[in-house]
Design a protein around this ligand. Structure first.
Ligand SMILES: [Zn+2]
Length: 269
């Protein structure tokens, strides 16, 4: 008797629920608003809140996009710069070769690059920084090879104006440290560190003209890439593998600097 009663109740409940069509799908559909046509069902062809598909192959924004950089190969034309007469090498030729490679590398990174000279031209010092000023350039880099009275002097050093601010110093430091790091993959280059134009010998009180804070309006640095009068270093300088490493290092320095500073930072308009 008891069993019969339970069966009767269970059957009644089932009959009551039957019109609601409770199933896994139907239950979910009950939370959807009702329309005259019945319950709304998800239509796979309609997406009420479309999420744009991510670009399957997104093109990254070049790291130096929008940057205007002036590359200044030192000397040129009637001014050979430092000379190695043993090897018949002139500073003006080596820094031009490196400068042209640097231009290509920075352009690949998205920068607009202007060179103070792309050939064997004679240029005044003022023409170099004035080009940067006229272009409203964001950064200026001057490329040189060092020379000393002894032929065993070696290494890389980078100059920045002692009176310029932190941004100039950070810019020079990024260029220097990354260039030395890249050169170290070729040989154990001597790191001659950052030098302050205006305070560090031999410039005591006197400044390197092209990177003088009073003349040039954008952060500027001058790199002395090894000693041309040291035959060992001069022989490295003319090898394209070594030049490529120096360029990679300088380019990495620009990228590092651009991660810390906007291109407009440090400009004096
Ligand atoms: Zn020089």
């Amino acid at each position: 008797m008891k069993t019969k009663k339970i069966l009767l109740i269970a059957t009644s409940v089932l009959l009551l629920l039957w019109p609601l069509n409770i199933s896994a799908e139907g239950w979910r559909s009950r939370v959807w608003p009702k329309t005259p046509e019945g319950f709304l069902r998800p239509d796979p062809t309609l997406d009420p809140d479309p999420i744009p598909d991510p670009d399957p192959d997104p093109q990254p924004v070049p790291k130096l996009s929008g940057w205007i950089i002036v590359v200044d190969p030192g000397h040129g034309g009637s001014d050979p710069g430092a000379v190695n007469s043993d090897l018949n090498l002139m500073e003006k030729d080596i820094v031009l070769a490196i400068g042209l490679k640097l231009k290509s590398s920075l352009e690949v990174l998205g920068a607009t690059v202007k060179m103070t000279r792309e050939g064997n031209d004679t240029l005044s010092l003022s023409a170099r920084y004035q080009l940067a000023n006229n272009l409203n350039a964001h950064r200026f880099i001057s490329l040189h090879n060092n020379s000393a009275s002894i032929n065993t002097a070696e290494g890389i050093e980078t100059w920045v104006d002692a009176d310029a601010g932190q941004i100039w110093l950070d810019y020079a430091t990024s260029l220097h440290s990354n260039t030395v790091k890249a050169a170290k993959t070729y040989y154990n280059v001597k790191d001659r560190k950052i030098k302050l134009s205006g305070t560090t010998p031999p410039w005591n009180g006197k400044k390197i003209t092209v990177i003088n804070y009073s003349y040039i309006k954008c952060p500027a640095a001058l790199l002395e890439l090894n000693f041309i009068n040291n035959n060992t270093e001069a022989n490295r300088l003319i090898r394209s593998e070594y030049q490529n490493l120096l360029v990679e290092g300088m380019s990495q320095g620009f990228i590092e600097h651009a991660t810390y500073y906007q291109k407009e930072a440090g400009l004096r308009r």
